[in-house]
Design a protein around this ligand. Sequence first.
Ligand code: GLP
Length: 237
Amino acid sequence: MHVQTFDTYDELSRAAADMVADQLRVKADPVLGLATGSTPEGMYTELRLMHGSGSLSFKNVITFNLDEYAGILPENPQSYHYYMNQNLFDHVDIPRDAINLPSADIDNALFGCQNYEDKIAELGGIDLQVLGLGLDGHIGFNEPGSAFDSRTRPVELDESTRQANARFFDNIDQVPTQAITMGIGTIMEARKILLLVNGEAKADILRRVLHGEITKQVPASVLQNHPDVTVLTDIKL
Ligand code: GLP
């Protein structure tokens, strides 16, 4: 894995946006894998600025998001659909039908998840996948113990993840117990991966991801097996 360390979150965010922008410029019809959470917010701000200044178009981009909470409708401000609209899609020239997120409809998950996988494959796979890192080492919502060959599926959220994400809800009881996530196998098929890690609280888990044993107990450690991963961080290791 190629690690780049920055002094500030803003520098990290600019570098992340530059990498995404480069990907958009080198391919006529790029397929982007996108992440939510607080870490990529700065990157989305930079991408909006690039678009606003006329230097970047999303006209030919196709996106697939990593995950969504089960049972949270797209109009709900806590949904990842809503997050993506607010942070990026409502502000750029991406066609609505080029945007893909897992459906929150867990009752039809079997069909929905297969459909998601099929669509990624039909479009030739993901060129660049952006990832954040959970405090417990999760990527997407692939919690510790997830199989390395897992595909898009419904999952139970760990209590620690619900606690960590409770800050986006009024209280912990409102945080869903389930989600739909791309699998680790799905993520690993992306041609390039960009892992963003921000803040001292993630220093220990980042060390384990980069230098520890490759184990299902630290899902992101599997990235050591991927041939093209760039890690952007403001943590001095
Ligand atoms: C969340 C999301 C992940 C995200 C991670 C880190 O639970 N499902 O996709 O990358 O946790 O979030 P944050 O960037 O807010 O720390």
